[in-house]
Design a binder for this molecule. Structure first.
Ligand SMILES: NC(=O)c1ccc[n+]([C@@H]2O[C@H](COP(=O)([O-])OP(=O)(O)OC[C@H]3O[C@@H](n4cnc5c(N)ncnc54)[C@H](OP(=O)(O)O)[C@@H]3O)[C@@H](O)[C@H]2O)c1
Length: 259
């Protein structure tokens, strides 16, 4: 039996819990923290394998693998008073809580790691970068997503930075779909086509062993054709630079925030 505990029952815990519960795996039981009240009560009502605890300490006491999914600003004060055991496995989803500080906070828990699931994990299609995962953590995330082991903490922060570009990605899809609607394409068709076209392009590269995005771009750009023309125009407008600059700012923030 895998006894999983969640401290911080919010958006990302909710998604990870939904992902585990939708497996119908009777070997998984889940304890959730009392906050967020509504979310923890609704998860407990929805899934027989989920039990809402009275306190965070009760989650720790009654779980073997503990997920920490708290906001960075409050996580230290909430974790500090909790009493962990050395047999505990702790998985932190908090971006600005570095490995050393995390290990000190949950001492004497010996198996400590960091992970970046995304809310899309509910569909069981989601890369999950893991830093220093013990085998049990990799196995757990294999059930609900695609674990990706990251060896250096600085690399983990660079990968985490990319997750800050999800909204700009959806904004791009919204912009392109709106453009097609303005040209008379039915909104539902425009939305569906934009979502599925990008999904299909992404999927094709994700199943390649070594996807080379530049060469895929080159391959799609027939000389004098529409892709080549659009590519030049967008590069001239420095749209890609805006993405890089935004990523630089987020990454710099990691350097300042992680002790
Ligand atoms: N959302 C994502 O896509 C994502 C992905 C990867 C990592 N993360 C990271 O995961 C963490 C949580 O993110 P989130 O998006 O899930 O935020 P969230 O929805 O705000 O969840 C945080 C949860 O912590 C609870 N909380 C506050 N004080 C608490 C306490 N004393 N004891 C127990 N729980 C308490 C909050 O409850 P109340 O509502 O009652 O305050 C809320 O349910 C953040 O560090 C975030 O950066 C998020």
């Amino acid at each position: 039996m895998n006894n999983l505990g969640f401290i911080g029952t919010g958006k990302i815990s909710g998604a990870v819990i939904e992902a585990f519960c939708s497996l119908g795996d009777s070997d998984i039981s889940i304890r959730v923290s009392p906050r967020n009240r509504e979310k923890s009560i609704s998860l407990e009502k929805k899934y027989p394998g989920v039990v809402r605890m009275e306190s965070n300490q009760e989650v720790v006491d009654r779980s073997e693998v503990i997920f920490i999914a708290l906001k960075p600003a409050v996580c230290r004060d909430i974790i500090q008073p909790l009493k962990f055991r050395k047999e505990h496995t702790v998985i932190s989803l908090v971006p600005y809580l570095g490995y050393s500080e995390l290990s000190r906070l949950v001492d004497p828990a010996k198996d400590v790691c960091r992970a970046i699931p995304l809310p899309t994990v509910v569909n069981h299609i989601c890369p999950v970068p893991l830093f220093r995962p013990p085998a049990i953590v990799t196995r757990l995330f294999e059930k609900i997503g695609q674990p990706l082991i990251i060896k250096e903490e600085a690399q983990l922060h660079a990968i985490w930075t990319l997750t800050g570009l999800i909204s700009p990605f959806y904004d791009l899809l919204a912009e392109l779909s709106a453009w097609a609607s303005e040209k008379g394409v039915e909104k539902t068709i425009a939305d569906k086509y934009v979502a599925d076209m990008f999904n299909s392009l992404s999927y094709a590269s994700s199943v390649m062993e070594n996807p080379d995005f530049k060469s895929l771009s080159h391959h799609a750009a027939t000389p004098g054709g529409m892709n080549e023309r659009a590519g030049i125009e967008i590069a001239d407008a420095e749209a890609h630079k805006a993405y890089r600059d935004a990523a630089d700012r987020i990454f710099e923030n990691f350097r300042g925030m992680v002790l």
